[in-house]
Write a protein that binds this ligand. Sequence first.
Ligand SMILES: CC(C)(COP(=O)(O)OP(=O)(O)OC[C@H]1O[C@@H](n2cnc3c(N)ncnc32)[C@H](O)[C@@H]1OP(=O)(O)O)[C@@H](O)C(=O)NCCC(=O)NCCS
Length: 178
Amino acid sequence: MLTTSRLSFRHFTPTDLDLLYCEIYSHPQVAGALSPTGTMSLQQTDFLLHRRLQHWQQHGFGAWALIHKPDQQLVGHCGLHYLETDGGNPSEVELTYTLHPAYWRQGLATEAAQAVLHWGFATLKLDQIVAVTGPENIASQRVMQKLGMKYEKTMSYNGTKVLYYTIPATEFDKKPTR
Ligand SMILES: CC(C)(COP(=O)(O)OP(=O)(O)OC[C@H]1O[C@@H](n2cnc3c(N)ncnc32)[C@H](O)[C@@H]1OP(=O)(O)O)[C@@H](O)C(=O)NCCC(=O)NCCS
């Protein structure tokens, strides 16, 4: 399990669905970033959650549930999964993160993502990690930039225009964030 000074990481379980949907993914600003339609239903959240659980089973890595240590609340997700693009390289591993809006702008996404990049490079021995986000998602771009990821191109991701950032293992500071 990963840990940072303010966050602990655990595996998701199907019982996380209601909280994940009601508190986090149904929030308009979160849904706007996660879904091309700008909304997330309970069924879509359930599909996402099960896809995450399956990814762990199939590949031995995936997205973690984030627990905020001070109040022990589930506050979002952060992890790694294979980037699913039409015609893209299926071996690319993508960094993913989302936080409960009440916990934004406290440096938590950057803290979680730093620990996940360290895990990806030091434990999973990945050569490179990529991330994609919409051109209007400044918060997500800032997280990527603060991690040392570099903008490479603009591409289509599931029919949506996204900015594509990368970081090779050789450019990541391998000290874990604590
Ligand atoms: C993207 C997201 C995870 C960032 O979480 P966060 O914990 O607020 O991020 P951090 O506090 O680590 O902030 C990282 C940087 O982004 C900046 N930032 C955060 N929110 C911002 C906003 N709305 N507009 C501009 N900059 C923003 C912070 O100021 C910080 O930069 P700085 O240190 O130079 O000031 C969060 O906004 C979120 O969950 N958004 C909805 C879902 C989403 O977009 N997921 C990613 C899909 S690609």
